[in-house]
Design a protein around this ligand. Structure first.
Ligand SMILES: Nc1nc2c(ncn2[C@@H]2O[C@H](COP(=O)(O)OP(=O)(O)O)[C@@H](O)[C@H]2O)c(=O)[nH]1
Ligand SMILES: Nc1ncnc2c1ncn2[C@@H]1O[C@H](COP(=O)(O)OP(=O)(O)O)[C@@H](O)[C@H]1O
Length: 401
């Protein structure tokens, strides 16, 4: 299929301002997607987030839809472009990239589902996040098999590459566990309420306690441009398999049941009663781990270093620790978006900054050809790169590491 030339796309886009003046904070931009016209800008009275209206042809009036998702704060100036038939790309002026690129979903499957459920006009915001850090990794296996040990090794060797999904649990913290780092230790009633409110990707009752992965726990790892690791039980892995999260599933087995018992005891974190419960449950989990189609890889953690090497090779990390660790995401500031135009899946952004009285210019390409995810989570897969090969404030826009 041919790509729409810039002027055709720009015809659909009428800014209420000239894009140069950021003094007024009530600027609104209209965008046509399919048969509908959307107005974005100004602000929502109650939340001071960016306002959204839809033009109702039957009444000739602008209507306020139900707006879902985490909303962007209002912006003095913005650029907006339709992306496909189901969403609008919004670029806020004078913002860091982690707050400047947003998507207003107007007809995605999520929006359609919510519209049917609520019986009203619905749109949903989703924050745009640069690059796709790779598929999340789900690691399961019985208690004491060495999941935590393997994950800790991976995160130590590749600190910039992996981030841990911090689960919620109703179990009591162990001596060295820190709230918010190892788990979010939570009251059962609070967790049950949050589950009902749809805040969890998955949850399960394990060894008599409730455990769950919140959507936010996975998203914050991706926001840091890191690949997410989930340490969850087999029931949780099954739920994630059935969810929209496209992950790699790895099951860890002990070399023998006796070894498992020995490790669990040597860890010294559980009472005898808890150890017995975990060992009883381990039998079921080891059976479940073999369920066809559930796990992509089954690893036996006999010698720790051997098992770790196999894990790394599955993740494509054999020899590249140095390269992987150099991949530190650079933040870009859009001091003033002077102009933005879209050609096909690429948006050309020209920025201006002033340094010691000099006006400095720089240009970027934002590629939206490989979008993934979206509301109710983030939209990932954006690629943003400078056209100016030298970058840096001396040549234009400031880069902050
Ligand atoms: N479904 C699910 N299981 C979890 C989650 N977090 C941890 N688990 C699992 O709960 C089980 C018990 O975890 P924990 O109490 O930390 O004990 P450990 O496995 O012996 O270290 C393990 O199988 C974990 O993989 C979660 O968010 N969801
Ligand atoms: N391959 C291994 N050989 C011997 N001990 C191990 C091995 N892997 C892990 N361990 C030890 O077993 C205990 C349980 O490991 P841990 O990572 O806490 O398991 P899990 O997170 O699966 O419950 C820890 O004391 C750990 O040091």
């Amino acid at each position: 299929m041919g790509e729409a030339p810039a002027f055709v796309v720009d015809d659909l886009y009428e800014s209420c301002g000239n894009g140069l003046d950021s003094v007024y904070c009530d600027r609104e931009t209209t965008v046509v997607v399919g048969n509908s016209k959307y107005m974005i800008g100004g602000y929502d009275d109650s939340t001071f987030s960016l306002g959204v209206k839809i033009f109702d042809k039957s009444t000739g009036m602008w209507e306020c839809p139900t707006v879902l998702g985490t909303k962007p704060t209002m912006s003095c100036d913005l650029w907006a472009f339709p992306v496909g038939e189901d969403r609008i790309l919004v670029i806020k002026n004078s913002s860091m990239t982690d707050d400047s690129i947003w998507f207003l979903e107007v007809d995605t499957p999520f929006v359609r589902q919510q519209r049917n459920m609520l019986g009203s006009n619905v749109v949903a915001w989703s924050k745009g996040v640069r690059r796709y850090p790779g598929k999340p990794i789900v690691i399961s296996g019985p208690s004491g098999v060495g999941k935590g040990t393997l994950i800790a090794k991976l995160m130590k060797e590749f600190p910039y590459m992996f981030g841990f999904s911090v689960s919620h649990t109703t179990r009591a913290p162990r001596e060295k566990e820190i709230n918010g780092v190892h788990y979010h230790f939570t009251e059962r009633s609070v967790m049950e309420r949050d589950i009902k409110e749809g805040k969890f990707l998955e949850f399960a009752s394990v060894h008599g306690n409730l455990y769950g992965t919140s959507i936010e726990a996975v998203e914050v790892v991706g926001d840091a441009a890191k690949r997410c690791i989930l340490d969850i039980d087999v029931q949780g892995a099954r739920s994630v398999r059935a969810s929209s999260l496209d992950a790699i599933f790895i099951f860890i087995c002990p070399p023998s049941f006796e070894d498992l018992e020995k490790r669990l005891r040597s860890r010294g974190t559980e009472t005898e009663e808890q150890i017995q419960k975990r060992l009883r449950n381990a039998k079921g989990e080891l059976e479940q781990g073999k369920s066809p189609g559930l796990f992509d890889h089954i690893l036996v953690n006999d010698d720790l270093d051997d098992c770790y090497q196999i894990l790394k090779s599955i993740l494509g990390l054999d020899e590249c620790a140095d390269n992987a660790n150099q991949e530190v995401e650079k933040k870009i500031v859009f001091p003033m978006v002077h102009s933005a135009s879209k050609v096909g899946s690429k948006v050309y952004i020209n920025c201006e900054a002033t340094d010691l009285g000099n006006t400095l210019k720089n240009s970027y390409v934002l590629d939206v050809s490989s979008l993934r995810g979206g509301a109710p989570g983030r939209t990932r897969g954006l690629d943003l790169y400078p056209i100016n090969p030298y970058g840096g404030f001396a040549n234009g826009v400031k880069h902050i590491s």
